[in-house]
Design a protein around this ligand. Structure first.
Ligand code: SME
Length: 172
């Protein structure tokens, strides 16, 4: 059985290297995208400090629909271009928000959220969804976190050879 190992969050480079290894072994041998996404959100939420939400939204046409996550119940659907998640999809790149109260159009699912990092999940031409991380600590995420989470999403995408047909917006 897989048991998440504690990660040393003082050294972010080492922390994300360790998480990348744990992520790869967690998904080894499993091809179901929802099962893998569920365990990825649990791994992140259990091992990383100062998170109050970690999870996925998957695109169905032009709408992001809530996927596996850890944290408080969240909004079910986010239209393309709306909120931090929809903005990351529209731009096709990660969005790092130091203070969500200063982000116009931020969608507050949990009033405790103060900082947010959203990484789009893109597999070739298919834009599939986002990994969304919320923190109650303003300024919680920096460029090293962005690079670390991008690496984790890259591992997920390269592992996941097949995605459910209904996920995705075809054109980038
Ligand atoms: N804050 C997000 C909505 C999703 S929740 O944080 C889980 C946004 O503005 O898109």
């Amino acid at each position: 059985m897989f048991a998440p190992r504690a990660v040393d969050s003082r050294d972010k480079t080492e922390m994300y290297r360790e998480l990348a290894q744990q992520l790869a072994s967690l998904m080894a041998g499993e091809s179901d995208a929802i099962a893998n996404a569920a365990n990825v959100s649990a791994l992140l939420f259990q091992t990383l400090p100062d998170l109050n939400w970690a999870g996925f939204y998957f695109l169905h046409g032009d709408t992001l629909v809530l996927g596996p996550f850890q944290g408080r119940p969240a909004c079910l659907r986010i239209p393309f271009g709306k909120g931090v998640c929809g903005t990351a999809i529209r731009l096709g790149r990660p969005v790092l928000v130091e203070d969500v109260h200063e982000f116009p159009g931020h969608i507050a699912c949990d009033p405790n959220s103060a900082a947010e990092l959203v990484i789009p999940i893109i597999d070739g031409e298919r834009v599939l969804g986002v990994l969304d991380l919320d923190s109650p600590v303003r300024g919680r995420f920096d460029e090293r976190d962005l690079a670390g989470f991008q690496r984790l999403v890259d591992i997920l995408v390269s592992h996941q050879r097949r995605w459910p047909e209904e996920f995705a917006r075809l054109a980038r």
